[in-house]
Design a protein around this ligand. Structure first.
Ligand code: NAP
Length: 244
């Protein structure tokens, strides 16, 4: 399996810390060549070094998913350096705006949140499409959240009018996932959204009940490694389909 995976190339956005970094680790542990991207070069290089020290094959490229030119520059470099891309993980995400209410929301802040959480994934998918289409087993994973669904104790209805930028951006990301999956049906590229569940990526959150980072990352990696007859256009947590 590791030998088979060694031909695979995966790209993870927002990978200098948290779930993105752990997803890089878990994919590289399976023998996949991982392109670790981050908007801050120093943080990205530090994270890459950390994985190198663990003996993992990871290559760093700078990328700000909210910036058209940064995305275009990355893809120009990737097209020079690689002949295909198998896995795109749209993980970069911002602004858990629990302090905001929908009626009074700062729409500039909402717009910025959408530019990363929704358009970042959309932009990256469009930009990487030519490389993904050259893969025999293309996979796109959009890292979403139950807060953007009608499911569970933290869903859209349960948040009331709170968490507008984040919750609505993740609901839209789920909708984008469906549209992309339908658009790519003929290509064999599987596109799914994954909620990692409340995960301890910040100090103090484990004490609030957040799960360990490797557990949250495992469901994202599962969607990246689906077999060719796996699902597409779904929303999953721990490999179980969720409503949204
Ligand atoms: N942790 C949870 O409980 C939880 C639950 C549900 C869903 N999620 C989702 O899981 C994903 C990862 O969450 P996390 O907890 O690991 O978050 P995190 O620790 O805050 O990491 C987010 C990553 O995204 C990067 N990022 C932000 N804006 C970016 C941009 N414009 N371009 C490139 N990278 C950018 C950040 O870079 P900087 O370090 O430079 O800021 C950071 O590396 C997010 O999409 C989040 O919404 C998390």
């Amino acid at each position: 399996m590791v030998e088979e995976n060694s031909k695979k190339i995966a790209l993870v956005t927002g990978a200098n810390r948290g779930l993105g970094l752990e997803v890089c680790r878990q994919l590289a542990q399976q023998g996949i060549t991982v392109i670790l991207t981050a908007r801050d070069r120093q943080k990205g290089e530090q994270a890459t070094q950390q994985l190198h020290q663990e003996g993992l094959e990871v290559i760093f490229y700078p990328l700000d998913v909210a910036d058209d030119e940064s995305v275009a520059q990355l893809v120009r470099e990737l097209e020079d350096d690689f002949d295909h891309l198998d896995i795109l993980i749209n993980n970069a995400g911002i602004n858990f705006d629990f302090q905001q209410q929908t009626l009074a929301a700062d729409l500039k802040e909402v717009e910025q949140t959408f530019n990363t959480n929704l358009f970042g994934a959309w932009r990256m998918t469009q930009a990487c499409l030519a490389l993904l289409k050259k893969s025999q087993h293309g996979r796109i994973v959009n890292v979403s959240s139950g807060t953007g669904s009608f499911e569970g104790p933290r869903g859209l209805q349960e948040q009331g009018g709170g968490l507008p930028a984040y919750g609505i951006s993740k609901a839209a990301l789920n909708a984008l996932t469906v549209k992309l999956s339908r658009s790519l049906q003929e290509t064999g590229i599987l596109v799914n959204a994954v909620c990692p569940n409340f995960t301890a990526t910040y100090p103090g959150t484990a004490e609030m009940g957040a799960r360990p980072v490797p557990e949250g990352a495992a469901g994202i990696v599962w969607a990246a490694m689906l077999p060719d007859d796996g699902p597409t256009g779904g929303f999953f947590r721990d490999s179980q389909q969720l409503p949204w």
